[in-house]
Design a protein around this ligand. Structure first.
Ligand code: HEC
Length: 301
């Protein structure tokens, strides 16, 4: 509504000046006024340009570092996720990140056919203990996990998570690459971007300097380094390899339909390659009568 009204005023304003200029055009002005008007125009334009440039240079001096675009193998329009990488990424999550971060929207069954076989996932699930019940005597009991159980959480509630991490809450990682600007590029940069603070910058005790984190002081200690774990498939576990694999895993977690989506896209493209020319031909055919008709004026006798 407000916008509509503003548009209204603006158009009224233009209308006003337009009707004014009917009686007093630029050409009919005396020379001094022409010079004055031209100077005013040039000054306003250059002033606006300068303000715009200053505004942009202020943005460039922002302390936050934006992540570069990394060449993920799944970046292409029709490229699937690297499932070997998802499997290694799950191992990184399980052995490193799950000490602090939950992934509460992921169940063990989600891994079946994606990164592990059903038998493998059953073994993984049985490693955890789940509180279930009540049984026939009304008691809760623990049992080994099964495929339908969700990933275990490191802390019973957010307060416990904060208390154990110096007041900072480790966010749930299920949808983190969708929840952060820059997606997996950001998470990769964050994980590998820890460094010494620049001269003159003090970071409070318990916080770590990371140029990619908004505010640069993050409550997460650098979680990965070279050889932080040993991959079961023998891939050398360099820091960047570990970060890349966990990011691919997090991309899959946030978007499990990724591969399916691109396959559907391919099917759609192939389908429309046949359908669109066909429909176009039919349209030309149907309209040919109307399009080729000639309307002639026959003057009254
Ligand atoms: C020792 C505990 C701990 C471990 C291990 C850990 N994190 Fe964190 N993480 C945290 C805490 C605490 C925060 C919140 C930091 C803050 O808000 O200052 C956090 C925040 C994050 C964030 C969010 C940053 C943002 O933009 O808000 C991401 C992403 C993340 N961690 C990824 C990971 C990944 C991936 C791993 C495993 C490789 C991992 N973390 C391992 C404690 C941990």
């Amino acid at each position: 509504m407000v916008e509509n009204r503003i548009v209204c005023f603006v158009s009224l304003g233009t209308y006003g000046t337009m009707s004014g200029s009917v009686t007093m055009s630029f050409a009919s002005l005396p020379g001094s006024k022409k010079v004055a008007l031209t100077t005013f125009g040039v000054l306003t334009t250059s002033g606006a340009g300068l303000a715009l440039m200053l505004q942009q240079s202020v943005k460039a001096s922002d302390l936050e570092l934006h992540p570069p675009n990394y060449p993920w193998t799944h970046n292409g329009m029709l490229s699937a996720l690297d499932h070997g990488s998802i499997r290694r990424g799950y191992q990184v999550y399980k052995q490193v990140c799950s000490a602090c971060h939950s992934m509460e929207y992921l169940a063990f069954r989600n891994l079946v056919g994606v990164s592990h076989t059903e038998a493998e996932v059953k073994v993984l699930a049985e490693e955890i203990e789940v509180v279930d019940g009540p049984d026939e005597s009304g008691e809760m009991f623990t049992r080994p996990g099964k495929l339908s159980d969700y990933f275990p959480k490191p802390y019973p509630n957010p307060e416990a998570a904060r208390a154990a991490n110096g007041g900072a809450l480790p966010p749930d990682l299920s949808y983190i690459v969708n929840a952060r600007h820059g997606g997996e590029d950001y998470v990769f940069s964050l994980l590998t971007g820890y460094c010494e603070p620049p001269a003159g910058v003090e970071v409070r005790d318990g916080l770590y300097y990371n140029p990619y984190f908004p505010g640069q002081a993050i409550g997460m200690a650098p979680p990965i380094y070279n050889e932080v774990l040993e991959f079961e498939d023998g891939t050398p576990a360099t820091m960047s390899q570990v970060a890349k694999d966990v990011c691919t895993f997090l991309r899959w977690a946030a978007e499990p339909e990724h591969d399916q989506r691109k396959r559907m896209g391919l099917k759609l493209l192939m389908g429309s390659a046949i359908l669109v020319p066909l429909v176009y031909y039919m349209k030309r055919h149907r309209w040919s009568v109307l399009k080729s008709r000639k309307i002639a004026y026959r003057p009254p006798k």
